[in-house]
Design a protein. Structure first.
Length: 263
């Protein structure tokens, strides 16, 4: 049975819902985990609509926020889309770091030619990076990391009036800082496995020089793969607090980035 409250909606409420949807839609479609191509677009759209309904009675949005001209409406939609795109792009750095680290380790293990399908972009990624990416996603969801976006999304209407988003020098510096941190994080993720593989390569080189009768090229590849996977398992206890620390920093950085776009 149709709820009578829905039938009594006014044009003002519908327009307010549209204003909220314009900001929520890009964030849902572009945010890591939610943006994966394996998630149907219909589910993403329904999820965005449900979030808009939840936020409708609590966020300070009015129908007057929508411009009256077509040009103004295009600029309005573009600025709101830019807000979600910047936040989603910044949040993807942590997950991109796992793929960078995995690619480097895969090459050292001799698995550079092997790959798996990345469900987010539909491209081929290294198996090691894929495993670390799945681990990062599980930790992200177990920490309720997705609630970070919902909290920032709700608070953003107090910081940024719809259609008044500004990209400042601080925004560019924040994004560049996030990119540099991505490579630092990639080194931190791969450090235990990369160090073990480095010493393995050195040991194989010494053996090749001292005992040339041993077929190092045949022995080295399966040994490096075994050492790589063993140290991947041993480093799980090291990766857990590392990801927790970075996801905690992500929440603070996203908040600062969102507030900065309203200055």
């Amino acid at each position: 049975m149709v709820d009578t409250e829905i039938l009594n909606w006014t044009l003002d409420q519908v327009l307010r819902l549209a204003v909220i949807m314009i900001r929520i839609g890009p964030l849902v479609f572009l945010t890591p985990v939610f943006s994966y191509s394996t998630v149907p677009n219909q589910i993403k759209a329904l999820f965005a609509f449900m979030l808009a309904l939840i936020l409708l009675p609590v966020v300070p949005v009015t129908a007057e926020s929508l411009p009256n001209t077509a040009t103004g409406l295009v600029i309005f939609i573009g600025s709101e889309f830019l807000f979600g795109a910047v936040l989603a792009f910044f949040a993807s750095f942590i997950f991109a770091a796992t793929e960078v680290a995995g690619q480097m380790v895969s090459i050292s293990m001799g698995m550079g030619m092997a790959g798996a399908l990345d469900p987010q972009f539909g491209t081929q990624v290294s198996l090691v990076g894929y495993v670390w990416n799945i681990l990062a996603i599980l930790i992200f969801l177990s920490l309720d990391g997705h609630h970070i976006f919902f909290k920032i999304l709700g608070d953003s209407y107090n910081w940024l009036h719809p259609g008044t988003i500004h990209i400042t020098d601080a925004t560019y510096r924040g994004i560049l800082k996030g990119i540099s941190h991505m490579f630092v994080l990639a080194v931190q993720i791969m450090a235990p496995v990369a160090a073990a593989l480095f010493f393995s390569h050195v040991a194989m080189g010494i053996i090749a020089k001292t005992v040339p009768q041993i077929p190092v090229m045949i022995v080295a590849m399966p040994m490096n793969i075994a050492i790589g996977f063993i140290f991947m398992l041993l480093s799980l206890g090291y990766l857990l607090p590392l990801f927790i620390k970075n996801f905690d920093m992500l929440g603070k950085s996203l908040r600062q980035l969102a507030v900065g776009m309203g200055v």
